[in-house]
Design a protein around this ligand. Structure first.
Ligand SMILES: Nc1ncnc2c1ncn2[C@@H]1O[C@H](COP(=O)(O)OP(=O)(O)OP(=O)(O)O)[C@@H](O)[C@H]1O
Length: 324
């Protein structure tokens, strides 16, 4: 496997509170790599730091510490030429396709502008038709239309087509299908899969949905409150080791189980709110207050667990796996 991008101990602190007086770590000591021609799925619940990581990789944010290495070089040490190449090589696809486009411009205008900015081809019209067909759109059905005249699924395909115009090496797709209906979701995930196998394009797929991650992910990274709790190839979702991953998989709804009662939902929400503040200041494991296995004896409440390689390529951040 050939590495394309690597995060090394990335930490991001934000200012919080009145006048930004307190600092808190939204992302802490995160390391993982994305290989060429592979899909890495980054899973995490709301607030776990997924978008922060995406924004760091897209160079919208700088990490407080740690490095992001693309093809062997720190992306925050690039010169102007390398930065321009990076912005071409790494393209973002976002959750809400409607907010990704200027509502006053037609699809042709939008794609031509991208072509002009990146001089994508000698024949922009042909290039545009080609990428639209690559994402399963009939050019005639979308060219000349404004974003609001297209469905969410069509528009998300247009945003992937726009990214493809510049021949990227890596797509950073932040919840790209969470606003789409179930069948359109699968179509878009299939496109990411086809781009990987056909054009060797890697994807960092950010999602809160474990089933999406398992559907297309070659590698999986499970994030909780800014920490990577477990990572490895897709089989880690078949035999999860971290109590958080196990819990996450157990909470995937199935047709045989009905939605929880109002009371249960309210209790869960209250518990999460109560945890919110303590979890960011804990000196121990961030999952300790919810973990059924957490104990004083293991040190879960006082010691931050390191990433432990439990089997080759399978990392778990949990004291249960400490070799004694
Ligand atoms: N600019 C900011 N200033 C202060 N806090 C921030 C800022 N951006 C994000 N945060 C906080 O950092 C934490 C991680 O946010 P982030 O958006 O990265 O999470 P996420 O996993 O993408 O969540 P979601 O799925 O809800 O988008 C959250 O607690 C959020 O409130």
């Amino acid at each position: 496997m050939v590495e394309l991008l690597r995060l090394e101990n990335v930490t991001k602190e934000y200012s919080r509170g009145l006048f930004g007086g307190t600092r808190f770590r939204a992302v802490e000591d995160v390391s993982f790599k994305v290989d060429k021609g592979k899909i890495l799925a980054l899973i995490g619940e709301s607030g776990s730091g997924k978008t922060t990581i995406a924004r760091i990789i897209l160079r919208i944010l700088r990490p407080t510490s740690g490095r992001v290495i693309f093809e062997g070089k720190d992306i925050f040490a690039f010169d102007a030429e390398e930065s321009a190449a990076y912005y071409r090589n790494v393209q973002g696809i976002f959750q809400d396709p409607y907010s990704s486009f200027n509502p006053l411009k037609t699809v042709d205008d939008i794609l031509e502008l991208t072509c002009k900015k990146y001089t994508c081809s000698e024949y922009p019209e042909n290039a545009i038709k080609q990428v639209l067909e690559r994402v399963g759109l009939d050019p005639q059905s979308v060219l000349g239309k404004f974003p609001h005249q297209l469905s969410g699924g069509q528009l998300q395909r247009v945003s992937i087509a726009r990214a493809l115009l510049v021949k990227p090496r890596l797509l950073v797709a932040d919840e790209p299908v969470s606003m789409l209906d179930a069948s359109t979701r699968v179509d878009i995930l299939n496109i990411l899969y086809d781009l990987k196998t056909g054009e060797n394009i890697s994807t960092l797929l950010i999602t809160h949905d474990v089933s999406q991650a398992y559907y297309v992910g070659d590698e999986i990274v499970v994030l909780y409150r800014g920490h990577v709790m477990e990572r490895g190839d897709a089989t880690i979702l078949e035999k999860p080791l971290h109590p958080y991953t196990t819990n996450l998989l157990a909470s995937v709804p199935t047709l045989s189980s009905r939605w929880a009662t109002e009371e249960k939902i309210r209790a869960a929400r209250l518990r999460l709110e109560a945890e919110e503040e303590t979890v960011y200041t804990t000196t121990g494991c961030k999952y300790a207050s919810r973990c059924p296995y957490a104990s004083e004896k293991l040190g879960c409440f006082t010691r931050k667990p390191p990433e432990i390689e439990v089997e080759p390529g399978h990392f778990v951040r949990c004291w249960l796996y400490e070799r004694r």
